[in-house]
Each structure stands twice: as C-alpha cells, then as structure tokens.
Design a binder for this molecule. Structure first.
Ligand SMILES: [Zn+2]
Length: 276
C-alpha cells in the first residue's frame, strides 16, 4: 500500500489520498523513500522524481497539481485551472503565504505537505468544491480549517454537505507540548461550539507538560463550521509512533514530507442519493 485512499471521497467522484513515506521513491537515508518536501535539505532532483511517482500513485498529472507555501498561518487561497503546476517543481512558485487551498476546477489537484502537522482534505460533492489545509498547532490555533471552509463557501459549498479527512498526524499519544501551545489552543477552543472537553491530558513523562490531540481540535473546528460528525473521516494514523510516515518530532531537521492530494475527477459522475 503506497498511500491511504479515501474510499468515501472516491465514491463521490474525487481523488483523495495521503502518501506514505515508505512508498517506493528515490530518496535515501532519513528521506527514504518518498520524500515530497523540496525545502527539507533532500536532493531536489530526487524530490522532483518522487513528486512524479506520487502523482502516478494517486492518479493525477504532476503538471495539474498546485502546492501552497505553508507558513503555519490561517490564510487560504482560491486557485484556478491557470494555477496548475504551481510549486510542483520549485517552492518559490507555490501559492505564497497560505496554508489552505480551495478550488472548484475539475481535474486540478491540491497538495498539502506534512510531517506531524495534520493534513486535512475537504470535499463538497454536490457543489463540486474541494479544499486542502495544513494544520499544525499554530494554524489550528488560528483556525485554518474554519478559514478553509469559509473559502469553500464562497465557491458555493455547504458545510453540511462536506466530507473531511484527517490525515496522518502526531496524536495525543505522542504530542507533548508546553504552556504557550496549550494557552493558544485553549483560547481557540473557547470559541468552538462543542460539548466535548479539550483533548488534553497531563504528560506522565514530563511533569508540567501536556499531551494534545490536534486532529480532534481540527475535527471540532469542522463541526463548529457545520460539518456533521459522521462526515469526518479520520485515518487515525500517528506519524510519531506508527511506521511508514515522516515525523518532524522524531527525525528533527532530517524529516521528509508526505502529502495529502485531492482533486475532483475530470469526468462528471452522476451522484445518486445524498450524503445524509
Ligand atoms: Zn503516537
């Protein structure tokens, strides 16, 4: 298995997958083997080859994929067919200053890179609108997923019709943080509409530090924005304690990047029945 396929998304006419680090690529050492990050110190030629391989794995053309700069913020860009290929070979040419991308252009792929941060894929099959977001603690504290849903609404999407996937990410089992992080996330949580408690627990290993489950906060943001709980698909993969994915915590500066990819299939499917 070279990628995690989201069958629920496929059933409704989208391509949506999270690549694995251990899929057959050409990078070596800590970047082995399918590193998709051009900015992490790996050989750029190897990464470009890997991106071609990844495009093949997910079933997209590499020249039809758009990458975001990803700056740990909450800005989101609407992209169009003319943006196809931006950032695919050179980070300088990626969509600058954003951590989320949305589009209604059929066949245009959106890519989000990650190594512990949560890659999030979003899809409204009725409106024909997709989104992809990068949610680390800073982006989550700033509400990047709610911002992505807001941009999708501008293209006609409805949160109650959306599917949302939470990709491989560091989870509450492994993500130990200190006070500034929990303070920022607590402030964001206070604005959420939820009955659920904060996904925090005291670290047993380091007194005074806290274990945080970021994907749960991402899900609560989506639900606050109006996405039904049962339309959130969680891969439940922890990048830190499960094999096959890159982890910035574990590998530090030598971590590669896996990716989430999403596109609406070029050919229109007739949608039978509603999601709900
Ligand atoms: Zn873990």
């Amino acid at each position: 298995m070279d990628a995690l396929r989201l069958l629920q998304f496929e059933e409704y006419g989208a391509i949506a997958q999270f690549t694995r680090a251990d899929a057959p690529g050409v990078s070596c050492d800590s970047f082995a083997s399918l590193n998709l990050g051009l900015h992490v110190g790996d050989d750029p030629e190897a990464v470009r080859k890997n991106r071609r391989i990844a495009a093949d794995i997910v079933g997209l053309s590499e020249t039809r994929i758009v990458y975001a700069e990803q700056v740990h913020g909450a800005r989101v860009a609407i992209v169009h067919a003319k943006d196809a290929g931006r950032g695919a070979y050179d980070t300088k040419d990626a969509i600058q200053g954003v951590d989320g991308l949305v589009t209604s252009a059929r066949g245009l792929g959106l890519a989000i890179l990650a190594a512990d941060c949560t890659p999030v894929l979003l899809y409204d099959p009725y409106a024909g609108v997709i989104g992809a977001a990068h949610a680390g603690w800073k982006g989550t504290a700033q509400g990047v997923v709610m911002a992505t849903i807001e941009e999708m609404k501008k293209l006609g999407a409805h949160p109650e019709d959306m599917l949302i996937a939470l990709g491989p990410a560091i989870r509450g089992c492994c993500y130990e943080v200190d006070r500034p992080v929990t303070d920022a996330l607590t402030a964001m949580y206070r604005n959420l509409k939820t009955q659920e408690s904060l996904p925090f627990r005291a670290s047993e290993r380091t007194p005074g530090r806290t274990m945080v489950d970021l994907p749960t906060l991402v899900r609560l943001q989506a639900e606050t924005a109006g996405v039904p709980h049962e339309q959130v698909v969680d891969t439940s993969v922890c990048t830190h304690c499960m094999p096959g994915f890159f982890s910035h915590r574990k590998q530090r500066a030598k971590a590669g990047r896996h990716a989430g990819f999403i596109a609406i299939r070029p050919r229109r499917l007739s949608l039978r029945g509603r999601l709900r």
